[in-house]
Ligand binder design. Structure first.
Ligand code: XUL
Ligand code: CO
Length: 438
């Protein structure tokens, strides 16, 4: 069966190409700074948005066919897996990510759900062997079902907590079985609507208990990959506990989880937290927690998580600059947690959207290295902090200065001499690199 009949295997044709079904910048085997593009970018397909989401929103039903021509739920799950691998092969996407609920239908009870899940995990394993496509990370959907209305790890109901733990155990087992190097916790319902009904301290303690159980279990089964928190400030809950990277780091350190967890940073979640994508990546990196990326973008005029395909090259460039500075991906990668717009309802649109996203990041990678080679921005930053490299600044930086010493220094030296931060100049340098050749 051919689920994407109009979509060919996408070739690289270069920036001058006007072929819709061709890459303009993503040339997987092109070596950039000693590494093929595909290894710098480690693109992954999100199973949920790509194969499952039908375009419904709070005001409208599905606009897209996502039944893969099958009535029976298990036959549909297999057809969906076939479509997934056909798509990834045609687009040269080397990894995928999934929630337990994305791949297999829910049964009448947990035993049946688990049976369905494992049947499809085995099916995916066969497809992975056939194609060489790998799992980037796995996760459990502990937010959709009504049993999670009060949270999963942070639920007031211990049976909901137990159910989440059971799901997570299986999702971890599947991640290990399929060779995934990451396991994600996204706390969609881990937060609160009103403190009038909430014991925040118990909820956070319990969330940490669940994460410790997951780490202990996975490590006992030989998992050597990373656990990720995926920070998001709100939506669906009013206040989500994993608000942003800094908040999540505080949580991890309080509960002794920081050695096992890193961040999975999502662009649109950063925006919702009132930060730039770059800020979240940078905060993760300077805290030793740079892990993986959920690539997408929001809309500055909408205050919700629109999960659009990332096409803003300014943002992909600044993102890839952070990735390069963090030393590149190890266990993580660039997962397109992005969906086509409701009106882009054809199967062709999914491929066109991925091409747009992959090309935007490939161009971002090339431009990020150009910024580095150009050197003006890095040099400006180095020079801006030079006062810490000698004299009193060095004393401060090396932890020797005291308040008394600094008082004496200030009495002797008087007023500080200021220099410009040159923001506008630096922005014009960035533009001159981005639009070089115009
Ligand atoms: C929701 C979101 C999730 C996580 C995985 O905003 O980003 O899809 O990436 O649960
Ligand atoms: Co995400």
């Amino acid at each position: 069966m051919n689920y994407f009949p109009n979509v060919p295997t996408i070739p690289y044709e270069g920036p001058q190409s006007t072929t819709p079904f061709a890459f303009k910048y993503y040339d997987p085997d092109r070596v950039v700074h000693g590494k093929p593009m595909k290894d710098h970018l480690k693109f992954a397909m999100s199973y949920w948005h790509t194969l499952c989401a039908g375009g419904s929103d709070p005001f409208g039903r599905d606009t897209m066919a996502r039944d893969y021509g099958q009535e029976d739920p298990m036959a549909r799950a297999k057809a969906k897996a076939d479509a997934a691998f056909e798509f990834m092969q045609k687009l040269s996407i080397p990894y995928f990510c999934f929630h337990d609920a994305d791949i297999a239908p829910e049964g009448k009870d947990f035993a049946e759900t688990r049976k369905n899940f494992w049947e499809i995990v085995e099916y995916l394993e066969g497809k992975m062997k056939e194609t060489g496509i790998k799992l980037l990370w796995g996760t459990a959907n502990c937010f959709n079902h009504p049993r999670y209305m009060h949270g999963a790890g942070t639920s007031c109901n211990a049976d909901s907590f137990a159910f989440a733990a059971a799901q997570i155990k299986n999702a971890i087992d599947a991640t290990i079985r399929l060779g995934g190097q990451g396991y994600v916790f996204w706390g969609g319902r881990e937060g609160y609507e009103t403190l009038l009904n909430t014991n925040m301290e118990l909820e956070l303690d319990n969330m940490a208990r669940l994460m410790h159980m997951a780490v202990d279990y996975a490590r006992s089964k030989g998992f050597t990959g990373d656990f990720y928190i995926e920070p998001k400030p709100k939506e669906p809950t009013k206040h989500q506990y994993d608000f942003d990277t800094a908040t999540a780091m505080n949580f991890l350190r309080k509960y002794g989880l920081e050695k096992d967890f890193k961040m999975n940073i999502e662009a649109n979640h950063a925006t919702l937290a009132g930060h730039t994508f770059q800020h979240e990546l940078h905060t993760a990196a300077i805290n030793g927690a740079f892990g993986s990326i959920d690539a997408n973008q929001g809309d500055s005029m909408l205050g919700w998580d629109t999960d659009q395909f990332p096409t803003d090259v300014y943002s992909t460039t600044l993102c890839m600059r952070e990735v390069i500075k963090a030393g590149g991906f190890t266990n993580g990668g660039l997962n397109f947690d992005a969906k086509v717009r409701r009106s882009s309802f054809t199967y062709d649109d999914i491929a066109l959207a991925y091409i747009a996203g992959m090309d935007s990041f490939a161009l971002g990678l090339l431009k990020a290295y150009e910024i580095e080679e150009d050197g003006r921005i890095d040099e400006f930053v180095r020079n801006r902090y030079r006062s810490y490299e000698e004299g009193i600044g060095k004393e401060i930086k090396e932890g020797r200065a005291t308040l008394e010493q600094l008082e004496a220094y200030t009495l002797e030296h008087g007023e500080a001499v200021m220099e410009s931060g040159r923001q506008e100049y630096l922005e014009s340098v960035l533009n001159s690199i981005l639009f070089r050749g115009v």
